[in-house]
Design a protein around this ligand. Structure first.
Ligand code: ZN
Length: 607
């Protein structure tokens, strides 16, 4: 792309004098801020590629991109900075090189690494004006959020899942952080829905995968499905397939109808009861599926009940003849063809009994294997929205001051179907949640040279010294490291002291390094004090600098307890069988709730 085109793009951004906050009205004002700002882009995948391109074309000149992954063939349909000959190479470096090709004057550095490593601590984050996330997993997103809170660097977060997407803005103290809203845990379905009253294809897929397949061929319990389904070596595939068919789709359904009639519970309220199959009508199908004449149908074809019965028999034959030794320990794998054929067929036949639409092998595989197909356009829209929010954030933060981020930035949701005639819905930014365990209170920070300070130094200077705590335990969140108590026997004292002389970074269980949360538990008051470690190699050996007071920690602990109790109440719903399909979807979306009806949705899209 030529320079002329680039110039026109940036001029356009800056010359739009009206909407830009922060007193930035002069052409060139925004350009200068953008060109001088240093941004960290985390992730160079679906969103990251689009984002880097858009940043570069908007006039950003100083970027650092981090990604752990290498390029896979399956990325090429949407990660447009990559070409076939790049397969196998690191995403970050190839993306940076591609950007340099159309913006040679750009200062872009890349690293193929894990952003969660301790070397990327507070000091690392502080060098950036903004952090922009294009990540696909919740753990890394939460980690980056926490680091941004600790380093006080604004974060623009994003996520997409097929047609859905969102961009959120997080600014410490002003706007909620990524963790302020509890993330929905796994999407789960009530046992009753899965075992007795399925209503959707996914309910039948979950039953087929987690109850039926796992019970019959895996390590799950088969008792609920019928005792006869326990596979006995030597049983003919024909006998086994027929018995399975009779039991699962005839006897069990009949029994369920009988039980429902005998109980007071109105199981079929608002829905039709299931119908048991007439086994005789499927005799020929079972025979065909078991025979050598059978050919598995096209993956895209939606089978009817007869074709599903054929495929069930075919899959059973293959599993009990080819995998007889593994029956009882087989694990579900969507790419294991006979396994997936079984799950798809078993699910369809259950759908048939319940009057639920049947699915193709391809659709079933998507649901059972938690596949969400990424869409390039959604990624492109999200990236554009990230950049718009980034520009507004920079205007507010670098402008004249005295204006609020929340007055100018928005959370933006991209929807599959228009709401209020809009596919992109802006929602006002929300204030931080005071009970948030990440940003609700400033954590105590221990600044220390981890390569030259021992555990004893910390215990003496901080816990026993500054805080005067006598009876306590200390851990690094993973491993117990020290205990001090007046009641300890001599040998216990000696045992406890074994790590005291070690340098912090040599301690076991992940050590105490940059970013570690050291947990000190006061055994008298049960107060748990988290101490966030910031490594400072410049500090003299043994010196421990603590920011914050114990009273702050007490206050924070009380709030975290309150928040935990709230989350537990929310999550304590009666659930057992887990469908992971929507779990990933939530994760990809960022695990945030869709815009609530209460949220103020602007009438005009101001983005
Ligand atoms: Zn928060």
């Amino acid at each position: 792309m030529g320079d002329a085109r680039h110039a026109s793009t940036t001029t356009h951004a800056a010359s739009t004098s009206g909407p830009w906050p922060g007193g930035i009205t002069q052409a060139g004002g925004l350009n200068e801020i953008v060109a001088a700002s240093k941004v960290l882009v985390v992730g160079a995948g679906g969103i990251g590629c689009e984002l880097l391109k858009t940043l570069a074309l908007t006039g950003f000149k100083r970027m650092h991109v981090i990604d752990l992954d290498t390029i896979d063939v399956s990325n090429l349909n949407r990660q447009f900075l990559f070409r076939k000959h790049h397969v196998g190479q690191g995403k970050a470096a190839v993306a940076a090189e591609a950007v340099r090709r159309f913006r040679p004057d750009i200062d872009i550095t890349s690293e193929m690494t894990n952003i969660m490593l301790p070397e990327y601590g507070v000091t690392f984050y502080k060098q950036f004006d903004l952090v922009l996330n294009g990540l696909d997993n919740l753990e890394a997103r939460r980690h980056v959020n926490k680091m941004c809170v600790m380093a006080n660097v604004p974060l623009v977060e994003s996520g997409t899942a097929a047609f859905l997407g969102q961009v959120t803005v997080h600014v410490g103290g002003e706007v909620e952080c990524f963790d302020c809203l509890p993330k929905p845990q796994q999407k789960t379905y009530a046992v009753c829905t899965i075992r007795r009253t399925p209503e959707k294809p996914i309910h039948c897929i979950v039953w087929s995968k987690e109850v039926c397949f796992d019970g019959v061929f895996g390590s799950g319990d088969v008792a609920d499905l019928g005792e006869g389904l326990d596979f006995v070596a030597g049983t003919s595939p024909e006998a086994y397939a027929r018995m399975m068919f009779e039991q699962l789709y005839c006897e069990n359904i009949k029994q369920l109808l009988k039980d429902a009639e005998a109980s007071d519970e109105d199981l079929w309220k608002g829905r039709a009861p299931p119908s048991p199959v007439d086994v005789g009508a499927f005799e020929e199908d079972i025979k065909l599926g078991l025979s050598d004449d059978y050919t598995a149908p096209d993956q895209q074809a939606v089978l009817d009940e007869h074709e599903s019965a054929q495929m069930l028999a075919y899959a059973v034959r293959r599993l009990v003849t080819e995998r007889a030794d593994e029956v009882g320990s087989l694990e579900f794998d969507k790419d294991d063809e006979p396994v997936m054929r079984f799950v798809a067929a078993a699910s369809n036949l259950r759908s048939f009994c319940y009057g639920i639409p049947m699915q193709s092998y391809f659709q079933s595989k998507g649901m059972a294997g938690n596949i969400i197909h990424a869409i390039a356009t959604t990624n492109a829209i999200v990236s554009g929205l990230i950049v718009v929010q980034a520009l507004k954030l920079l205007c507010v933060l670098k402008g004249r001051g005295g204006i609020k981020v929340s007055d100018h930035c928005h959370t933006a949701y991209i929807q599959q179907f228009p709401s209020n005639r809009k596919l992109i819905t802006p929602v006002q930014c929300v204030k931080p949640n005071r009970d948030c365990s990440v940003c609700g209170s400033k954590p105590l920070v221990l600044q220390v040279n981890t390569a030259a300070t021992t555990l004893k130094d910390v215990v003496d200077a901080v816990v026993k010294g500054a805080w005067s705590i006598k009876n306590f335990t200390l851990s690094n969140g993973r491993q117990f490291l020290y205990e001090d108590s007046e009641d300890l026997d001599e040998d216990e004292v000696e045992d406890n002291a074994r790590f005291l002389g070690k340098l912090l970074r040599d301690l076991p269980g992940g050590a105490i390094i940059n970013g570690t949360d050291v947990i000190v538990t006061d055994d008298d008051s049960s107060l748990k004090v988290p101490l966030f470690v910031v490594d400072d190699p410049e500090l003299p050996a043994g010196e421990c600098r603590v920011e914050g007071t114990l009273d702050q920690a007490r206050d924070a602990a009380a709030r975290v307890d309150k928040r935990k109790a709230y989350e537990e109440r929310r999550l304590a719903e009666p659930i057992a069988v887990v469908a992971e399909e929507e779990e990933e979807e939530k994760e990809a979306e960022g695990g945030q709730a869709p815009p609530s009806k209460k949220a103020k949705v602007d009438d005009i899209v101001v983005l």
